[in-house]
Ligand binder design. Sequence first.
Ligand code: IPE
Ligand code: IPE
Ligand code: MG
Length: 239
Amino acid sequence: MFLKRKKQKQKVTVDERLQHIAFIMDGNGRWAQKRGMPREFGHTHGAATFKKIGRYCESIGLKYMTVYAFSTENWKRPQKEVDAIMKLFDEYIEQCFIEMVDDNVHIRFIGDLTIFPDSLRAKMDRIERETAHKSFLLNIGVNYGGREEITHACNELIKLGKKNITEEDISAHIYTADCPDPDLIVRTGGDLRTSNFLLWQSAYTEYYFTDVLWPDYSGKDVDEAVEAFYSRKRRYGGV
Ligand code: IPE
Ligand code: IPE
Ligand code: MG
């Protein structure tokens, strides 16, 4: 789950205004290419950063964290890269079994998981069930797409026999139904787009973009995003 490293220096803490942070963990490939290494090298380092940042976010008082690990569109990448990412995912799952006893993390996988083999899904299910009582909720988006999620929610409602769908119905059937919408979405890697992440949930989310490539992302960078969040005024359409 999260790296058991020397405690990172902590500058900020959060209150009820900032409970849920989400990350578009982008820039692994460029980070590796800058070092003359294959893109897969960046994903390995990115996986370590994910654990470090997860631990840090929990330590500053956040209650929910959602990460974009693999999108419904990322299958378009070269097979070698996809295989490397899936191997890292598999390794992460195995580590969860060892580390989840000590961690305070409820791990949940969000996305269209039907694409994964039954054996892997059974492991994901077990991790989710066995960590369900922990207080820091970590949603990991794998084969996740915001459009797929909304379409899936609508299809679930059709199955229930709904003829008219309300916003509340959709909110109740998205993958993150039981957790508040993200207060802050951070995208690393310098691109200024959502790339199909949390489309429904982000209607009033604050966005923070940084050029830092994900493998270089640190607790200090989280502090910066949190400070930017607290400098903003959320109006939700009001005055
Ligand atoms: C994000 O990093 C990780 C995944 C999408 C799986 P990228 O692999 O997209 O890295 P860049 O954006 O090409 O640098
Ligand atoms: C978004 O990054 C997906 C993840 C971080 C998992 P991409 O690298 O796939 O996004 P685009 O292709 O630049 O929009
Ligand atoms: Mg990218």
